[in-house]
Design a protein around this ligand. Structure first.
Ligand SMILES: Nc1nc2c(ncn2[C@@H]2O[C@H](COP(=O)(O)OP(=O)(O)OP(=O)(O)O)[C@@H](O)[C@H]2O)c(=O)[nH]1
Ligand SMILES: [Mg+2]
Length: 336
């Protein structure tokens, strides 16, 4: 997935179909001069239905199409024939899409499973034909109902990625580099901050035919919750991940403090994130010689709670990469 194609937030307009008109028709047959009413009902307008499509990964198609309309119902006609129902419009979205009313920002539905579908706007009902308006005093009603108009609504679609593991780290921590080493994804990597502007997904294949999905997201910095850096809006992508992987470069000033700042920013965004399972990976360990590596190892184990899973890695030299993948797999399966 290239960066430009990843779209996770769009606004669109949807419109359900109008109901068809009821018919004002009087029966005309040979030898019957005054036939009664026989105008049929209008058909119902088409509904707008959102449905899951597991083959979609982004909201990219909505960059080009912003307006959607379901079909109108057909008008009723003579011989009490009803108009055809308008064609329902199905809008396919990726799993993990949240559908909101843009005006109220209220959630309407969340597409979370592959068979999910939801009628978001109902079509207008068809008008009743003049047969319904016959009474003892009015044998030949020249009145029928018009169809109800369809409804228009501004909709916001938001996508939350459904990766198993989400990377969390400051800019330049080596998140995208790690993604490129453990998956076949080819994210942009550079030695400046905020190289990654949109999330990247990749699949980690283990030797035993097992696999899991990881998400590399933009870096966060202290104050992200107040809008610093890229803000923390993209953190919603890690709300669904079963496991978080914190990445802290081994050459950071204070490893423990960096870890705490990251955790603090996450909690400010969503307090529930603190309850997620996590692993801390210390990156760029190729920068250490063996002696320093051993020193850091002891120091880390002293400073960090022993219950926290920690691993020292390098995407360059591959130190700890195998161990990290196994650890993530065990965490995902609750066997660690
Ligand atoms: N020595 C060393 N450098 C690394 C390693 N991994 C990444 N780097 C370097 O660190 C810099 C940042 O790497 P990225 O992978 O782009 O970092 P990121 O966390 O994705 O950064 P943002 O997208 O800005 O948040 C690049 O210059 C990488 O070459 C590593 O294992 N060892
Ligand atoms: Mg990056």
């Amino acid at each position: 997935m290239t960066e430009g194609n990843f779209v996770d937030f769009v606004k669109i307009t949807i419109n359900s179909g109008n109901g068809g008109k009821g018919s004002v028709h009087l029966r005309r047959e040979k030898f019957i001069s005054k036939g009664g009413p026989d105008g049929g009902d209008g058909g119902r307008g088409g509904n707008v239905v959102f449905r899951a499509n597991p083959d979609l990964w982004t909201l990219y198609p909505f960059k080009f199409q912003k307006f959607f309309r379901a079909g109108h119902g057909g008008d009723g006609s003579k011989n009490i024939s009803s108009g055809k129902n308008g064609k329902d419009l199905y809008i396919d979205v990726p799993i993990g899409t949240i559908i909101k009313n843009s005006n109220t920002d209220k959630m309407i539905f969340e597409i979370s499973e592959k068979n999910n579908q939801e009628i978001v706007l109902k079509g207008g009902i068809g008008g009743r034909g003049n047969t319904h308006f016959k009474s003892s005093t009015r044998q030949t009603p020249r009145y029928a109902q018009p169809g109800k108009k369809g409804i228009q609504m501004q909709i916001t679609l938001e996508l939350k990625l459904l990766a198993d593991v989400g990377f969390v780290g400051f800019p330049n921590a080596g998140k995208s580099t790690l993604l490129s080493k453990i998956t076949s994804a080819k994210p942009k990597i550079a030695d400046y901050e905020f190289t990654t502007l949109k999330p990247n997904l990749g699949i980690v294949d283990l030797d035993n035919h097992h696999s899991f999905v990881v998400a590399d997201i933009p870096g966060i910095i202290e104050g992200a919750s107040d809008g610093k850096g890229l803000g923390h809006y993209f953190l919603r992508h890690i709300e669904r991940n079963s496991v978080l992987l914190y990445l802290i470069p081994i050459d950071s000033k204070d490893l423990k403090v960096e870890f705490e700042i990251l955790q603090k920013e996450l909690v400010k965004f969503n307090p529930e994130l603190i309850d997620k399972q996590f692993i801390v990976a210390f990156t760029k360990c190729d920068l250490l010689d063996q002696e320093l590596f051993d020193e850091y190892f002891i120091d880390i184990n002293k400073k960090f709670d022993h219950k926290i899973n920690k691993v020292m890695i390098s995407s360059f030299s591959k130190i700890g990469i195998r161990e990290l993948k196994d650890l993530l797999w065990k965490k995902l399966n609750n066997t660690y």
